[in-house]
Design a protein around this ligand. Structure first.
Ligand code: CTP
Ligand code: MG
Length: 245
């Protein structure tokens, strides 16, 4: 290996990558008694699948965020039960997704990159993680995403179509969303200071990229996700997930 290659390897070896896996949502749109991240796919809970992918990857540490009443079950049945040894903590989440992300960020040990992932996306894979890390190394941010297949319309309050964005410019955001830890932490801190103001303006924070776009100093770049990397949201998604499996 030449000198530059060697240095590149050294830099990568000292880099620490962590992940926050979000599982503190109530899954209202799923309309089931059991929260969607704990529904079973082929005998294993949805949450297991993404944890297993991160466990087997280059990620060094995983923090899981769950509802207070589910923490024991997650620790015993999923983390210990399936040997997900990279999980350092299972912490309690908050009311909104962004609160849960902050709980995860606070719990993490020092790291360079943080991969924030929805526990409701069981079909993340090695390639998605590798492409995201690559982009994050180049640009400082990376969000897994795919171009939309359908035409998207902006609809007004009366349900009338008012605008049709050029399809090739419209992408659907997925997770993981990858950032430098210090940068996303301070962006989240600023956003939370502004929470009341955002609420008054009717701004809903639905992903991490939004926080970086609004409060961070860096642009958010997309990296190729996958059309299989669906988020389990409504009952049909469980049927699709069974087929994908
Ligand atoms: N999430 C979380 N804490 C919250 C809300 C959401 O950790 N307060 C997590 C969910 O568990 C899920 C991911 O964020 O893995 C994506 O959110 P979403 O699909 O909206 O899940 P829910 O909020 O649970 O579902 P719904 O919006 O239908 O209630
Ligand atoms: Mg939600």
């Amino acid at each position: 290996m030449d000198g530059i290659g060697f240095m590149y390897e050294k830099v990568n070896m000292s880099e620490k990558c962590a992940a926050i896996i979000l599982a503190a949502g109530k899954g209202k749109r799923m309309n089931s008694d059991i929260a969607k991240q704990y529904l079973e796919l082929d005998g294993k809970p949805v949450l297991y699948y993404s944890l297993n992918v991160f466990q087997k990857s280059f990620i060094d540490e995983i923090v899981v965020v769950a509802a207070e009443e589910d923490r024991e079950y997650v620790k015993e049945q999923i983390v210990v039960g399936y040997g997900i040894s990279k999980v350092s903590q299972v912490v309690t989440g908050g009311k909104e997704r962004y609160h849960s992300v902050m709980c995860g960020l606070r719990a993490l040990n020092r790291c360079d990159y943080v991969f924030i992932h929805d526990g409701a996306r069981p079909f993340v894979d090695d390639e998605i993680l590798a492409r995201a890390l690559d982009m994050a190394r180049n640009k400082g941010t990376a969000v897994a995403a795919m171009p939309v297949k359908d035409t998207i319309k902006i609809i007004d309050d009366n349900g009338a179509a008012v605008q049709t964005p050029e399809r090739s410019c419209v992408w659907q955001m997925q997770t993981p969303q990858v950032f430098l830890y210090n940068e996303i932490y301070s962006a989240y801190e600023s956003m939370l200071k502004d929470e009341e103001e955002l609420f008054k303006r009717g701004v809903k924070i639905t992903d991490d990229a939004m926080v970086m776009e609004m409060y961070g100093k860096r642009k958010v770049y997309v990296s190729e996700g996958s059309y299989r990397n669906i988020k389990i949201t409504t009952p049909e998604d469980m049927e699709i997930a069974k087929i994908l499996l």
